[in-house]
Design a protein around this ligand. Sequence first.
Ligand code: NAG
Ligand code: NAG
Ligand code: NAG
Length: 295
Amino acid sequence: MIYIHFVCVLAIVNAVFSASQGAEIKTNDRPIIGVLAQEVYNPQPGRNSYIAASYVKFLESAGARVVPVTVLFPGGGVSIERSGYSRAASLFYRLALEANLRGDYFPILGICLGFEQLTLLTSGQNLLSHTNTSGVALPLNFTDESRHSRLFKDFPGDLMKSLASESLTENSHQWSLTTANFTKCERLKKFYRVLSTNTDGQNEFVSTVEAYEFPIYGTQWHPEKNAFEFTRPYIPHTSSAIKTTSYTAQFFVNEARKNRHTFGSTEEEQKALIYNYNPVYTGTESSFEQKYYFD
Ligand SMILES: *[C@@H]1O[C@H](CO)[C@@H](O)[C@H](O)[C@H]1NC(C)=O
Ligand SMILES: *[C@@H]1O[C@H](CO)[C@@H](O)[C@H](O)[C@H]1NC(C)=O
Ligand SMILES: *[C@@H]1O[C@H](CO)[C@@H](O)[C@H](O)[C@H]1NC(C)=O
């Protein structure tokens, strides 16, 4: 079975790159974060895959630079089981587990499709259920465990209150991991602490997780859209909504600062950075204001 995600896009965002340097933890104040591109539906010359610019701005706004990770798997399509996106995600997931077990801090953030991908990679199965969540902002229903979470630890108390009561988290997905399916899966339960849930009125689903033993995080909602996407009326832009974008970005980029990987040379680094590409204004025809396209 192939799960196609029409509205829900990206991102497994991961702090990466080549040879690890030194074991001692010192902050890396020049973090570079890889963002997975995904295949377009109708490839054209020079436009085989893309990254929504909002993911790039999200990370840049918190002090990171971005490298696009483009891995094509012809005939893919946006599937979490068979696509270049899913293959690359699987590779980075494995590398992250191995690195972290060696004491080499390697964080991953999966957003929306990326979150769904993480649940598949961890459980080894596709446990997703269809939900009515294509284009709706919701408050988070925090679990008791969220109080001790790494992800929300530095969020101000008033923002946590707003997140719990106002519709600040935008959902653009047709598939979700129901709390029931999560609870039935030992592998998922052992691996992830559930920080929040939501419901579409019928089914309760998991909306935020963090791994117990690894710096691996997932949000079914889109932290990056609030500040950077204005194409849809249901994307919230209140002051609290923008803070949600900021604090989530700050959190993840801080995680990336604990990673000491570097490129082999400055030249290699310069060649890889997303600054080599120009975003295109796509807001007139797409839900994304701007996209980066790749060959
Ligand atoms: C997941 O939940 C759905 C109901 O939403 C169910 O049909 C499906 O069988 C569940 N999957 C597993 C593996 O339990
Ligand atoms: C889906 O959710 C929307 C609210 O987000 C609601 O208006 C609509 O009736 C729901 N559709 C179904 C089939 O439940
Ligand atoms: C929040 O989660 C609790 C525990 O699962 C549940 O009892 C409650 O109905 C949920 N509230 C909402 C608004 O979804």
